[in-house]
Design a protein around this ligand. Structure first.
Ligand code: CP
Ligand code: NVA
Length: 301
């Protein structure tokens, strides 16, 4: 695997292979087994947006694998002063073994891969968040024993998380149901693809979406970069919350997932969040194991 730009680029087999390696790396870490598969390699991490999980898990992941990681804030790089991504790609390719980038435009990530000569990993764009969904799939498999056949319900904004969850869920044989208000639906092409390639539903009825769900998922109403729309979004999404009423529609053993950060009392009630904290923080932990698997796959291919 050369890059991880979006899940749509990966086959089901490639996704499963990443999850299997993540399980192996998690086992090795828990048992104190050294796994310096990337000794001597350096990852550059470009951030145009804030991050806790992505930054720390990639950085610790590189150290665990015997390599090193550089945090590159876009505010300090010349990108922030207008240096083209095409030039940045060609320069960084002379110093580094791989780049992880978190930015706004998906096109920028694709250009970085096109002009550079080293692997590029997407650490979130406005369009998608593939690393997060790989960790989510890993967590679902841990809790449910399998992924195929389980129903995944996403409630909230049809954002980067929704787009990647639909692609990842459908590719691995889940039934995917999303509840989003009109005007805030996931990417139209992704929804069309999902309907043609699996069991997919998009509705405005959150209870209908949650019916018999095995996994309930939500994300913030206003993503990074949408701060100016926050007040308007509070009104639009007021009903789009995972709470006890929604949980009552799901299967009794349903798990709850949230990519974090979470806004209690908005997209998820404080009660549901705390009742399902074990699953949510396992999911956050799995970012580390999955990221390491992605790094090994990309940087050693
Ligand atoms: N879930 C996630 O990507 O978290 P960060 O924004 O903290 O990286
Ligand atoms: N949709 C959120 C995800 C954060 C991990 C955002 O883009 O801010």
């Amino acid at each position: 695997m050369k890059h991880l730009l979006k899940l749509m680029d990966l086959s089901k087999e490639e996704i499963c292979s990443i999850l299997n390696m993540a399980d192996q790396l998690k086992y090795e870490k828990k048992h104190g087994i050294e796994h310096k598969r990337l000794a001597g390699k350096t990852l550059g991490m470009i951030f145009q947006k804030s991050s806790t999980r992505t930054r720390v898990s990639f950085e610790v992941g590189m150290y665990d694998l015997g390599g090193s990681a550089l945090f590159l804030s876009a505010h300090d790089l010349q990108i922030g002063r207008g240096e083209p991504i095409e030039d940045t790609a060609r320069v960084l390719s002379r110093y580094l073994d791989g780049i992880m980038i978190r930015t706004y435009s998906q096109e920028e990530v694709e250009k970085l891969a096109e002009y550079g000569s080293i692997p590029v990993i997407n650490g979130l764009t406005d369009y998608c968040h593939p690393c997060q969904v790989l960790a989510d799939l890993m967590t679902i498999r841990e809790y449910k024993g399998a992924i195929r056949g389980n129903k995944l319900t996403y409630i909230g904004d049809g954002n980067n998380m929704a787009n990647s969850l639909i692609v990842g869920g459908i590719k691995l044989g889940m039934k995917v149901s999303v509840a989003c208000p009109e005007g805030y639906r996931p990417d139209a092409e992704i929804m069309k693809w999902a309907a043609e390639n699996g069991e997919f539903q998009c509705t405005e009825n959150i209870l209908e979406a949650a019916a018999d769900a095995d996994v309930l998922y939500t994300d913030v109403w206003a993503s990074m970069g949408q701060e100016a729309e926050a007040a308007e979004r509070q009104k639009v999404f007021a009903e789009y919350q995972i709470n006890d009423r929604v949980m009552a529609c799901a299967k009794r053993d349903a798990i709850v997932q949230h990519c974090l950060p979470a806004h209690r009392g908005e997209e998820i009630s404080a009660e549901v969040f705390e009742a399902h904290a074990a699953e949510i923080f396992d999911e956050a932990e799995n970012r580390l194991h999955v990221q390491k698997a992605v790094l090994v796959k990309c940087l050693t291919s």
